[in-house]
Design a protein around this ligand. Structure first.
Ligand SMILES: *[C@@H]1O[C@H](CO)[C@@H](O)[C@H](O)[C@H]1NC(C)=O
Ligand SMILES: *[C@@H]1O[C@H](CO)[C@@H](O)[C@H](O)[C@H]1NC(C)=O
Length: 270
């Protein structure tokens, strides 16, 4: 079991390290085991990061709105990519929704300590024009506070996710949904996470696990949230997992947002 986990981990590692000038769909993570966000509901803080290719605009990562002109995402969603080809689509449940609002990405600041698959997989995008908040479709998510999130906390992930753990040619139209997916599971302690095969997990990360569910290719950078007495709060950013997703072999690893609250504040105010 550990040998298998390590093998898959290395597969994920080499895919994440592939240094292409365009985002590879395999290197980004998407949700398995979720369901459509209902028609009448919006996840107002969720955005789609899109990349301009010869074939048009392509969703490649998720992100979350933290102020009208700042988006929180993962460092590996920017690393090595051309920022001038990036835009952010806000206010949509379906990726083909014409009521979406698109902003250019002016810059992407990657955390200075970022090391791929090791630590600080966090970045802040500066966008233009700034977003106009609306009651249901576009609103920020709370990211303040340094409170440590322990194990067994119910958390929810959203993203335009690949729904099956593997890529199936011909069926990928069904596999990559147009509508936003949502999935809930629980955090585990970092000790449990290391013991479950993710040996390199550090205090700058938080893990979550559920049966036959998890993040998978395509939702990197997206928000993992929990509900508190003060409302919805972001605790994680999709960072990495195994290439065979959602099979409960190992937990999913997220960047622990509370560790970076000072850095996020400095990026918001600069
Ligand atoms: C990876 O991409 C970066 C930025 O485009 C480039 O500077 C670097 O040389 C590339 N590394 C490899 C190993 O190709
Ligand atoms: C980035 O993309 C823009 C627009 O497509 C292009 O003009 C520019 O040369 C690219 N820059 C690099 C470093 O590839």
């Amino acid at each position: 079991m550990y040998a298998l986990a390590r093998l898959l981990f290395i597969t994920a590692l080499s895919m994440a390290r592939s240094n292409t000038s365009e985002p590879s769909s395999e290197e980004n993570k998407r949700i398995v085991g979720g369901s459509d966000v209902p028609e009448n509901e919006h996840i107002p803080y969720q955005v789609s990061m899109q990349y301009k290719t010869d074939e048009g605009l392509r969703h490649f990562c998720g992100g979350s709105i933290i102020t009208p002109n700042r988006i929180l995402t993962a460092a590996h969603c920017c690393d090595g990519l051309n920022t001038t080809r990036m835009s952010v689509l806000a206010g949509v449940r379906n990726l083909d929704d014409r009521h979406g609002v698109r902003s250019k990405v002016l810059s992407c600041t990657i955390h200075p300590d970022y090391k791929i698959l090791v630590t600080s997989d966090i970045a802040v995008l500066s966008i233009d024009p700034p977003l106009k908040y609306s009651k249901f479709r576009i609103a920020p998510i709370s990211v303040e506070g340094k409170e440590f999130v322990g194990d067994n906390v119910p958390v929810t992930l959203t993203g335009w996710g690949r729904r099956l753990p593997i890529s199936i040619p011909l069926l990928d139209i069904l596999n990559y949904p147009n509508s936003l997916q949502r999935m809930s599971y629980h955090t585990i302690s970092n000790k449990q996470c290391r013991e479950s095969g993710m040996e390199k997990v550090t205090d700058t990360e938080i893990c979550a696990r559920g049966i036959f569910r998890g993040s998978c290719s395509g939702d990197s950078g997206g928000p993992l949230v929990t509900r508190t007495s003060k409302g919805v709060h972001q605790v994680g950013i999709v960072s990495y997992g195994l290439s065979i997703c959602g099979l409960s072999i190992t937990p999913d690893v997220y960047t622990r947002v509370s560790t970076f609250s000072d850095w996020i504040q400095s990026e918001i105010t600069k």
